[in-house]
Design a protein around this ligand. Structure first.
Ligand code: GCW
Length: 704
């Protein structure tokens, strides 16, 4: 393509460019909508000239495919913004700086991988892949190198995704309410689809493709059968058509009772032929509209959802029936293992394993069992779920939660990559030392933190969690630090102070949150229903395992849940070598202590403090860490646009106040049992325990 910019437009671009140079943060206010795809102008002149030589003239072998058209558009916009000049597309590779073409010569690239290589003189770069989507991923990678100001010399990058399935799961209802959503309502406007294609859908697809996400489940696991009606499938098709060029498949949640609710059948028993036929017909209808439909995600017999057990069938019976329906079209079923039942008087920790482990080997090949990272429910820190490694014959999906249901919701700055890594890197020991959780999974899903807020995720830093999910699913070996750094450079600035300070803030944030909410292995002590704020005294819900007191078990003797052989023995679900690390309260690491042990208030911690003193120390340390984060952020004011600076600053203020609230409410409550003073060096709680116990939040967001 020849330059299509009018001279007026060029002057205008240069003007914006110059303003950015004179006063980098004086550019137009930023609202965060652009995520990490801001493509800020390159300020260093020699680097910009180098980039211009290498990418100012582009040969794109065939831009007629929808995916390559998307790539061409992204390069056009991105490069002109970064380089301050329109770029030129040429018809011949000779003389082009950037040469983009598919190749059949390199089978190791697979269907999604790409290669970026410099020529000997570093004057040209070749981007090659076996597929168009590989080229799109490679294009985004190149743009990332430029956005993070890497010199494009001696490139020899060969990149393929380590996991085949890299998905977002939206818990979005058809009325646009997002369960556990803190960033507005759903971006999917079902009412105006299929006629109206919101630019958001396109930008959502761009963002996902830029980090390698290749699938999205559009609807809540607490499913509504209405999505399977003909009219709604037309809407789903419209989204699938938008996402397809970006390599993103759509999936839906299947309500197990749909044959009754929609089909007028009297049963949804998976072994009944009429039920099987109903699903086969429905699936055929879907694939007629969406030939590359991904499949279904199912929450069954969990928290009131219908499922095969309603008919005395197993999870495998239910999953296999759906798997058979989608198999002819290469579809898959992701069957969730998040099950627990109050009829079973068993430690909730153990229930998913008890239910699913015996089914290993009974699932069809196209069933994946989707397991939450930990055994309970997305707590600030959980040991890895014992199901990882325990079902060698069944492909498993990892389910992480991006949305911060238990992590401070829409206002706390918590960078989740270290938490994800903690699980992925954990050693199951199933096949000997080094059997990491990563090795036991075939895909990763993240419960999305996206809504229609202008900046998508409520907190500007929450965007990093979406980003990290994609990057880790592509390559689980990447470090949290590397991912944070590249996200910061693209999202905020390449200035060393900004990069280093943001990195410090992000990398300590998760540990800070654990400290001020649930230190030492405490878990599930938050508010009822909405899960907002502390409620360690909670004991009023009908199910024991919904109540915080069930989990912390504080009494005059001590605190914590005994899951050793003398207690619920959940530890026995792990390989003995993995369990060994947690089995003894004297050697169990402090991080997991109260997950597995009921220990006395006098218990001596590795720090030399008693357990009570350590609890006081940790809660106070969490507050101190947030205050440090506030100070660090303040130092960045000169370098950050006012709008986003202020937003983060105000939210850190909320986080600091809520950290104090968590600390004071929890320590006052636990003090009733420890009968010991809060050491004098710490701040005294501003209110009485009764004050905290009387706080009510009937309108806290996100409730199920
Ligand atoms: O974490 C709990 C949430 C529910 C959610 C459920 C699940 C979608 O509180 O809102 O329901 O887990 O994962 O199914």
């Amino acid at each position: 393509m020849k330059a299509i910019f009018t001279s007026g437009k060029i002057i205008c671009l240069w003007a914006i460019f110059l303003i950015q140079f004179i006063h980098p943060s004086a550019g137009k206010a930023e609202n965060g909508y652009q995520l990490w795809l801001r493509y800020a102008p390159v300020e260093d002149i020699s680097l910009r000239n180098q980039y211009l030589r290498q990418t100012g003239t582009v040969y794109l072998a065939d831009s007629t495919s929808p995916t390559l058209a998307v790539l061409k558009e992204e390069l056009t916009q991105a490069l002109s913004r970064m380089l301050g000049k329109p770029i030129t597309f040429v018809n011949q590779p000779d003389g082009a700086g950037l040469i983009i073409r598919t190749t059949s010569a390199n089978a190791s690239l697979g269907s999604e991988g790409f290669q970026l290589q410099s020529n000997a003189t570093n004057t040209a770069i070749t981007l090659s892949a076996q597929t168009d989507i590989g080229l799109l991923y490679g294009g985004f990678h190149l743009l990332r190198l430029m956005q993070t100001r890497q010199p494009l010399i001696q490139l020899n990058i060969h990149s393929t995704p380590k996991l085949a399935l890299r998905l977002l799961n939206h818990w979005d209802n058809l009325n646009r309410y997002v369960e556990r959503g803190y960033a507005g309502i759903s971006i999917f406007n079902w009412h105006t689809l299929p006629g109206y294609i919101d630019q958001r859908y396109i930008d959502y697809a761009r963002a996902n493709a830029s980090i390698g996400i290749n699938g999205t489940v559009l609807t809540n696991v607490n499913a509504n059968a209405w999505i399977l009606t003909g009219d709604y499938l037309q809407k789903v098709k419209a989204l699938a058509d938008v996402f397809r060029p970006y390599g993103i498949k759509v999936y839906l949640t299947a309500r197990f009772s749909a044959p009754i609710e929609m089909g007028g059948l009297s049963t949804a028993d998976p072994l009944q032929p009429q039920v099987q036929q109903w699903w086969q017909q429905k699936v055929k209808e879907i694939y007629t509209l969406i030939p590359d439909f991904g499949g279904f995600l199912v929450k069954a017999n969990s928290e009131g959802q219908p499922g095969p057990q309603d008919y005395k069938r197993t999870h495998a019976d239910g999953a296999n029936m759906l798997a058979d329906a989608v198999a002819p079209y290469n579809g898959i079923i992701m069957w969730r293992a998040f099950v627990y039942s109050h009829e079973t008087p068993e430690d909730r920790f153990k229930q998913a394993y008890n239910e699913f482990k015996p089914l290993d080997g009974q699932f069809r090949k196209n069933v994946m069992v989707q397991v939450k990272n930990g055994p309970i429910d997305f707590q600030p820190r959980e040991p890895f779920s014992p199901l990882f490694g325990a079902m060698p014959q069944t492909p498993l999906m990892m389910e992480f939660q991006l949305t911060q249901e238990y992590l401070g919701q829409g206002t706390h700055l918590v960078y989740e990559a270290p938490m994800f890594k903690e699980t992925l890197d954990a050693d199951t020991h199933i096949n000997g030392k080094g059997s990491t959780v990563t090795k036991s999974v075939s895909g990763i899903a993240g419960v999305a933190n996206i809504g229609n807020d202008i900046n998508w995720c409520s907190h500007p830093f929450a965007q990093a969690n979406w980003y990290a999910l994609g990057k880790l699913a592509w390559n689980p070996a990447q470090s949290s630090e590397t991912i944070a750094e590249e996200w910061i450079r693209q999202t905020w600035s390449n200035k060393t102070t900004v990069v280093n300070t943001c990195k410090q803030i992000m990398l300590q944030s998760r540990e800070a949150m654990v400290n001020y909410m649930t230190p030492l292995g405490l878990h599930h002590i938050m508010g009822n229903g909405h899960h907002y704020g502390p409620l360690p005294w909670g004991n009023t819900l009908p199910r024991a395992d919904w109540n915080p007191v069930y989990y912390h078990r504080a009494d005059s003797a001590g605190i914590g849940f005994n899951r050793t052989a003398t207690g619920s023995n959940a530890l026995a679900q792990y390989h003995p070598a993995a369990a060994a690390a947690w089995a003894d309260s004297n050697t169990c690491s402090s991080e997991y202590l109260l997950w597995f042990h009921h220990v006395s208030w006098q218990h001596r911690m590795p720090t030399g403090r008693s357990l009570w003193q350590e609890l006081c120390f940790r809660y106070n340390q969490g507050v101190a860490q947030v205050r440090t984060m506030q100070q660090q952020w303040q130092q960045l004011q000169p370098y950050i646009d006012k709008e986003r600076y202020t937003q983060v600053q105000l939210m850190l203020g909320i986080q600091q106040r809520e950290a104090v609230w968590w600390r004071d409410a929890c320590l006052l409550y636990f003090q009733q049992f420890s009968q010991q003073p809060i050491p004098a060096q710490y701040e005294k709680p501003a209110h009485t325990l009764e004050y905290y116990q009387n706080l009510k939040f009937p309108y806290a967001p996100g409730n199920g």
